[in-house]
Design a protein around this ligand. Sequence first.
Ligand SMILES: Cc1cc2nc3c(=O)[nH]c(=O)nc-3n(C[C@H](O)[C@H](O)[C@H](O)COP(=O)(O)OP(=O)(O)OC[C@H]3O[C@@H](n4cnc5c(N)ncnc54)[C@H](O)[C@@H]3O)c2cc1C
Ligand SMILES: NC(=O)c1ccc[n+]([C@@H]2O[C@H](COP(=O)([O-])OP(=O)(O)OC[C@H]3O[C@@H](n4cnc5c(N)ncnc54)[C@H](O)[C@@H]3O)[C@@H](O)[C@H]2O)c1
Length: 724
Amino acid sequence: MGSRTHLRPPDDKVTTLVSRLPPSSTYFSLEFFPPKTQAGFTNLQARLARMTTAFRPLFVTVTWGAGGSTATKSLELAEICQRQLGVPTVLHLTCTNMNQKLIDEALEECQSVGIRNILALRGDPPREEYKDVLPDPGSKADGEEFVWAVDLVKHIRRKYGDYFCIGVAGYPEGHADESHPEAGKQNVEHDLPYLAEKTKAGADFIMTQLTYDVKAYRNYEERLRNYIDDETKKKLFKDIPIIPGLMPIQSYQIIRRITKLSHAKIPDDISARIEAVKNDDEEVKKVGVDIISELVEQIRGMPQPDGLPRGLHFYTLNLEKSVAFILERCKLLPTTSESEASSSDDSDVAVEGKEIVNGIKSQHQISNRAKRRASSVNAQPHNRVILGNRTKSPNGAATGPNVLSSITAKHEADESGSGIPASQPTRTHNLMISEGQGSLGREATWDDFPNGRWGPSHSPAFGEIDGYGPSLKVGPITARRLWGHPKSAADITDLFKRHVTGELHAVPWSDDVDADGVSNTGEGALRAETEHIRKELLDLINQGYWTLASQPAIDGVRSDHPTFGWGPKGEGFVFQKAFVEFFCASSAWPALRQKLIDASETDISWMKIDAQGDFESTETVSTSKTNGASSKRTPGTSGVNAVTWGVFRGKEIVTPTIIEAESFRTWGEEAYSIWGEWRRCFPRGSREEKLLEELRRTVVLVNVVSQRYVGEEGMALWKLLAGN
Ligand SMILES: Cc1cc2nc3c(=O)[nH]c(=O)nc-3n(C[C@H](O)[C@H](O)[C@H](O)COP(=O)(O)OP(=O)(O)OC[C@H]3O[C@@H](n4cnc5c(N)ncnc54)[C@H](O)[C@@H]3O)c2cc1C
Ligand SMILES: NC(=O)c1ccc[n+]([C@@H]2O[C@H](COP(=O)([O-])OP(=O)(O)OC[C@H]3O[C@@H](n4cnc5c(N)ncnc54)[C@H](O)[C@@H]3O)[C@@H](O)[C@H]2O)c1
């Protein structure tokens, strides 16, 4: 054990919580990731308070960025969940590609805040350069090396005894990566001996990769339950909790990307239902709720070993509405008492009044601040999905002390409950969240386009797709296959040219690429809209502007337009301002900067950042000019620029793509770390490695938007940038 003084922790181990549930009951857990931006973090706290109060999961889990990239934020979030909200928390922890001292620091920190559960993972395959990064002397046993998740399980057991309850990952459709290409693409049988090894080393429960394939999941669970370990000749997984991972469907783009990233198959019938509504986000969410609710029912119908409660794990992506609908539809929530029902029309009182205790009160105060902030950008308070057949659960509510009042609370549940005691108006809250009623409903926005182009940075879901941190998305072998061995800036220019002509489907910064280097969406290298500005983009690339993203100006085309349309079909019009984002040499920046400053500020807005985090924009320059009394605009405005918007019948204006300073800065950090990851695909000291490091240090990242989108003026951006 570590040397620090620790709180006497409650027995919040997942296995203990499960053992206290009534036989054959159903429980669920929720996964969250640390948001990228400070505003997102603040808003997530409010959302967590709402979700844990209203949904009462048995426990929550907090992800860990691969290589420790989110270490501080993950620990902060886990502490908020465990201590402030009093919800038993599982911290995910990976063990590869980071200074291994971090692992013990994280485990010690968990002890000091009373966290009793770790999901022990490998993370990305280990990279050579991390082999020498040893932990502090004495913390590792001789010969101990972190290569697989089992090494972390062993380390935790050796050093921390049985303080932690340990979960490990399972893969119903098989695990896939470059570390064992000889095993074929995905092979459940290949994984089983290693899952057995993790269990024998001390794992207490298995949590699975997300799946939409109920047949594959049924086979997997059956296979595990009947698996006989070669060494012990025992049925090793006979009664271990196996918790299937389910991800609510938030948008067409997200499900396409996430299933590719996680190598999960979408069965044909499910795929057809989603494809049929793919251009209408609201419909996708509705159908998604149906699909996941059906999966939940099918999984609940599968036999469990005697009396073992059935667990379900929801990957929330920090979003709340779809989960609220699914929990409601599947009757996974405690019922509403009469008094609760009567409070539903008076939601502000119900939320902020006497039933909210201790820390949670302040959480709701935070959420009110968040509400005010949210209303300033992209607020869509009346967004709602109407679902039929909402019935009240026939089972009684769970009883017990108030979990939110103390971290030592016990967790008990009846047959339908989730395991968290019910002294809050939980079902009422849930209905408010899903139906958009009262203050809870207003706060619980859909975050409609959280991972589309660049949604609002204040969304807790902003910018993440899997919550495991920034990444090149492919391993070294695939990176070299896709992008070759760059030895000069001209080689990089060539890659970008090939990308924009459609010959190469991804550059290292593209989202649309999975671990095998294949397009995620299957829609090809670029969106169809890019065709309209291909010539202009190629001109820019030839000038040394390596373009990463762009869009042409659009002046009110119908929402069912085959190239530019989105949103409810035939019910509105969509608009876009032209923009482009690119890297260019820092030596080219002063002249370009001057050109942008000389352009009319009402026509152009721009932002620039470099590897050191030096940020400049129209507004910072404008502010400094104001100090010299030459500005034409109000300084210090928020830096928020809606560049795509839609006007639909009966709705507020929808703004799926917003360019703003905070998200640009966050993206900038990620974009430079991708240079760093690409560099590591080559041997130390090689020409390629030196070139990529040199470029990482010296290029600047620039984003330019033209405010003019009407008629001929829509081409003004390209003319400005092309002109010398
Ligand atoms: C529920 C869940 C949560 C996750 N959370 C995170 C997270 O927060 N952050 C993050 O970065 N990633 C996360 N991941 C992703 C995970 O880190 C990756 O899937 C990783 O590639 C494998 O991790 P693992 O723990 O399954 O590794 P392992 O158990 O080590 O297995 C990795 C692969 O290697 C094989 N293998 C294991 N041991 C050996 C051996 N001795 N010899 C040969 N082959 C072997 C296995 O069969 C498997 O194919 C999560 C995954 C799941 C399912
Ligand atoms: N500025 C920000 O705040 C911010 C934040 C996050 C992400 N990003 C950018 O978004 C990209 C991924 O986001 P997304 O998946 O939502 O974008 P996306 O897939 O919607 O792409 C945006 C548009 O850029 C075009 N495009 C793609 N690659 C291009 C290239 N190399 N050159 C010119 N145009 C190209 C696409 O065809 C599409 O029209 C990242 O690569 C990054 O450049 C920017």
